[in-house]
Design a protein around this ligand. Structure first.
Ligand SMILES: Cc1ncc(COP(=O)(O)O)c(C=O)c1O
Length: 444
């Protein structure tokens, strides 16, 4: 009897794994069928690729299930760290792309500080700028016409560059920086860690009622809860920074091309290349773009050219696949990652719905102009709520060796935690198993 919870949970897990495999294969075959229906050769090639990929997916999940059977106690001891939004989930896709994104940089290349001395952003590599514009045109998520591109060492550096550029350098007091709760947990510390005289953290945008200039950080879809957002304060002294790190088809339906004054994107969450440390800003106002460039000049004298060239190649590969310019009909990155996120959210919702301890936000589907179909909101993070008497969800889950980020860090209640949905298959499947086990034990 003592083993009953473990057996029930294992059974639960195996059923979920089976559901994942079956629906994954069915979807892959179905989509391969549709894509290849115009051409029989393509169709056969498509099936072969799909079957190869399905085998890969199945073998990793089956080996996880087998290891679960052999050593369950070891598995329950494993610490599952899902605190950071480290996008390791995408590694498998890029491995399968082989050398398509490999670049070789000879020792004599990229030596100068300068990339294009005639451009406002003089350290912006023209090839990278070209691929940024192309990708936005392919996906349809942002207007690039009439915009200046500023490249940054991740969008993190661009957030600071934007605060520097938008604040008044003559004012005798710092401008308030606000964002609606729950906000991205790094915003307060990024804003205040240098105790700048130019700007200071002003907290929740909902409660900001001062009759003075302010900067509002609008994150859409939002980190941590995944909802689409508009500016909250909406007064005429407000300066807006739109952080659209997650406005990509795998996370949310693309409804239109955004057309804001200052918009931030990053390869960290779009293609999963967080280690490249490359982000970009689309900036309407020339003077703001100049000041952002100045900030980056003062801060790091530009942005790694090697990283920009690598990012250009990755973005080019993504666009080539979408425009079917790549050899051998390589799979669309966004369709692949959409399916991965879809499967993960399905499994997570099943695990959460198997008991009463937890709940998740609900989203409605909408038409995605990129996928050309009704599509789901499936955020990069799960904003999980502990129900009932559990007041500190982070500590509760830590007690079960699941590391998450507690609601208070986002300005919200400690009943919530943020869980990364972008981690490795293994970690994600351990999470599903662990959540199911916790709920099964609680029901006994
Ligand atoms: C909303 C948001 N903005 C910015 C960043 C920073 O991204 P980067 O890796 O480009 O610095 C993150 C990273 O998690 C994020 O979630």
């Amino acid at each position: 009897m003592a083993n009953l919870p473990a057996m029930v949970s294992l059974k639960h897990f195996l059923v979920l794994s089976l559901a994942l495999n079956v629906s994954l294969i069915l979807r892959m075959v179905y989509e391969g069928d549709q894509q290849g229906s115009n051409n029989n050769n393509n169709k056969m090639e498509g099936y072969n690729r799909i079957i190869g990929k399905s085998r890969l997916a199945i073998s990793s999940i089956t080996s996880f299930a087998n290891s679960t059977r052999k050593d369950r106690s070891g598995i329950m001891d494993k610490v599952i760290n899902l605190d950071h939004g480290d996008p390791t989930m995408y590694e498998q896709f890029w491995r399968q792309m082989g050398d398509k994104t490999t670049i070789i940089i000879p020792g004599w290349q990229s030596m100068s500080y300068f990339s294009d001395p005639t451009s406002i952003c003089w350290f912006l590599e023209p090839e990278f700028a070209k691929e940024v514009v192309r990708l936005h045109n392919v996906v349809g998520n942002a207007v690039t016409q009439g915009r200046h591109i500023v490249v940054g060492t991740g969008s993190s550096q661009l957030i600071l560059a934007a605060l520097y550029a938008l604040s008044s350098h003559d004012s005798d007091k710092p401008i308030s920086v606000v964002s609606a709760v729950p906000y991205y947990s790094s915003y307060p510390s990024m804003t205040d860690y240098q105790k700048s005289g130019l700007y200071k953290w002003g907290g929740d945008a909902e409660s900001f009622d001062k009759d003075e200039p302010y900067i509002e950080l609008v994150t859409s879809p939002n980190n941590p809860d995944g909802y689409i957002r508009k500016s909250i304060v909406n007064r005429n002294q407000g300066l807006l920074v739109h952080d659209l790190a997650y406005y990509w088809p795998q996370y949310t339906p693309i409804s239109s091309a955004t057309d804001y004054d200052l918009t931030l994107f990053t390869v960290s969450k779009s293609t999963g290349h967080a280690g490249m440390r490359i982000g970009w800003a689309l900036v309407k106002d020339r003077e703001v773009a100049k000041k952002m460039t100045k900030f980056i000049e003062l801060n790091t004298i530009g942005v790694s050219k090697d990283s920009q060239l690598r990012a250009a190649k990755v973005l080019k590969t993504v666009s080539d696949c979408e425009e079917e310019k790549s050899e051998n009909g390589v799979e669309s990155f966004f369709k692949y990652s959409y399916r991965m996120m879809e499967q993960r959210w399905k499994l997570l919702r099943e695990a959460v719905d198997s008991g009463d301890l937890f709940s998740l936000p609900k989203f409605s589907s909408a038409f995605c102009t990129f996928l050309n179909q009704e599509s789901e909101t499936q955020p990069a993070f799960a904003w999980l709520k502990c129900e009932g008497d559990i007041e500190d969800c982070e500590s509760f889950l830590r007690g079960h060796k699941i590391l998450t980020r507690g609601g208070k860090q986002f300005g919200a209640s400690s009943k919530y935690v943020r869980i990364s949905m972008l981690d490795t298959n293994d970690n994600f499947m351990h999470l599903i198993d662990r959540l199911s086990t916790i709920q099964t034990k609680q029901q006994q």
